[in-house]
Design a protein. Structure first.
Lengths: 229, 104
């Protein structure tokens, strides 16, 4: 708001003062929200780092096992077993609310299965393939966990950024502008008051002079009348 | 609602996940990655049945800028990358949002 848009009236001044108060309250609340979000985020961050580490470990392990299976049983056997998998794992998405941020809660179903449930023939495949399948199932489990945490982190980061932007907009843009407008009105009102006082004084002086003039004229008239007598 | 896990990558990357029962795949051979990976990734990201996309970290470098950004910001589905510096993108976002590098 530029000073020109502001009308220097008491009504506007009151309105602006109210807006400043409201903005300051909002600023405080948003600051608290931002700090709270960051604290929550730090907690999730630690968890995320752990999960990521264990995911990398699982991945290396799973790769090692499948390479072993591939080397000893042949690529065809591994692929054959892989394409025979019957049931597919699926995930259920639910949501959880952290300080106004909706984050997903992912529940996995049918990821881990017993050897017999995997769908490929046990007689034609070796234990190495079973092991590889098992370690990949484990990996999937960790991936699902990581997905949950990473999505939560992404959403929270978004919210933190949004809140931070709002806090800054209030702190560095809206509130200073309102304060500027308030100062402008206050100064202008004071100025007007001084002008008013000056005007009143002038009028008073003028009236006094007029009264003096009147009195003098009257006296002269009286004097003239007395002289006539 | 029930969603699927999808895996994008070359056949040797996806086989293991096949073994674990995943059945949503976009297989792109190593040589075709520069030209075909973009479409494959866009395709899974648009698929509403998919809840999680698994990719190899090194494949991200084959993606064009726009798709890469989609991968990094997408929440539904979420893209999880395996192998190598998986924290890179998230780390950048944290720096941007909070102002300090928290992952040291």
């Amino acid at each position: 708001m530029v000073a020109e848009d502001v009308k220097p009236t008491r009504k506007d001044l009151m309105e602006i003062k109210e807006r400043i108060e409201l903005s300051e309250q909002g600023h405080e609340t948003l600051e608290k929200k931002r700090d709270g979000l960051i604290m929550e985020f730090m907690e999730i961050l630690e968890e995320a780092q752990d999960v990521r580490e264990s995911m990398e470990d699982d991945y290396t392990e799973a790769q090692k096992r499948i390479n072993m299976a591939r080397a000893l049983d042949g690529d065809v056997a591994v692929r054959g077993a892989a394409s025979a998998r019957a049931e597919t794992p699926s995930i259920e998405l639910q949501s959880k609310n952290i300080m106004g941020v909706v984050v997903p809660q992912i529940e996995a179903t049918k990821v881990r299965k017993d050897v017999g449930e995997r769908g490929y023939s046990l007689l034609d495949t070796s234990a190495r393939i079973d092991e590889a399948a098992e370690s990949y199932e484990e990996l999937l489990d960790t991936i699902i966990l990581a997905a949950e945490i990473e999505t939560a982190m992404k959403k929270m980061l978004e919210e933190i950024e949004k809140t931070k932007r709002r806090v800054n907009a209030l702190e560095f843009k809206l509130i200073p502008e309102l304060e500027e407008a308030r100062d402008f009105i206050e100064l202008r009102l004071e100025e007007m008051e001084r002008e008013e006082i000056f005007r009143l004084k002038k009028i008073k002086n003028k009236k006094e002079e007029e009264a003096k003039e009147e009195a003098r004229r009257r006296r002269e008239e009286l004097e003239a009348a007395a002289a006539d007598d | 609602m029930s969603k699927k896990i999808a895996v994008v990558g070359d056949p040797s990357f996806t086989t293991g996940f096949r073994l674990a029962g995943v059945d949503e795949f976009r297989e792109v051979r190593e040589g075709d990655k520069p030209s075909e990976l973009d479409d494959a990734v866009e395709d899974v990201l648009e698929n509403t049945d998919v809840g999680i996309v698994v990719m190899h970290q090194s494949d991200l470098s084959h993606l064009s800028r726009g798709v890469r950004e989609d991968v990094e910001t997408s929440v539904e589905p979420t893209v999880v990358t395996l192998g190598g510096e998986g924290e890179g993108q998230l780390r950048e976002k944290i720096k941007q949002a909070i102002g300090i590098d928290l992952m040291e």
